[in-house]
Design a protein around this ligand. Sequence first.
Ligand code: NCD
Length: 308
Amino acid sequence: MRSVIDILDLSVDEIGELIAVANDIIANPAAYSEKCRGKKLATLFFEPSTRTRLSFEAAMYELGGNVLGFSEAQSSSAAKGESVADTAKTVSCYADIIAMRHPKEGAPLVAARNATVPVINAGDGGHFHPTQTLADLLTIQREKHSFENLTVGFCGDLKFGRTVHSLINALSRYPGLKVVLISPEELKLPSYVKSEILKPAGIEYIQTTSLEEVIADLDILYMTRVQRERFFNEEDYLRLKDSYILTPDKLKTAKSDLSIMHPLPRVNEISVEIDKDPRACYFKQVLNGKYIRMALILKLLKEAGTIE
Ligand code: NCD
């Protein structure tokens, strides 16, 4: 059974196809409104979410399907001690496809190994978040029309930010990528991402603590929030949370066609004044997330033989 746990579970060609389908859905939504009639998506969310869960649900409704699930661990049998494997086996009896978010790295993989329907990782701890990456890639494609020769700055919590890890993974497969890593010392990109992804792919990268020093070089600036829920103590969070705040002033030297991205939720990292700047793409990412999830649900249900 085909599941998507890591963005690398999808080939470059498959990502190109998903983007093409998403663009077709955007152009012609009515053609897709019955594709999943009678089918069910289960959203199993053991961690908070607004966009990811609701966009999965909206995606399934817009395909004519139905949705069931839970939005907190406490309201599921996990609170009684049920394993992820047993939950996955159980939900496979009710739903045709599962989207799962879990605080433990690897939990959606365990679910995929035990489910009899496709499982989509909707975020596992500080590890990966492949469908946010698909939303990011659709946004980059629509803004930049290519994934080649981009200089991409990642700013904020690069240690715990799973959206950063997945997007670096995805972009590493396109030629000419340059990566600029902007974070406090304590929140640097994990060394496994450098040694397993950036170095083997021969990708040029620099690490800095200063956004001002590098902003003029960037085609894309990917801002992230400091991931409070993954800190061991509140003091460190409070010290680091406002490390980077993007204000109109800081954009003075930026390119006129910079794309400012953020997976959201934003806490304080981007001043609301920037929302009206034409370079702000974060609410486009939200909308694109729904369309690309529609494309992914269609692909996985087709491959499973659940729909035509
Ligand atoms: C991200 C996540 O859950 O990792 N949110 C999202 O799904 N768009 C980013 C975050 O929580 O900071």
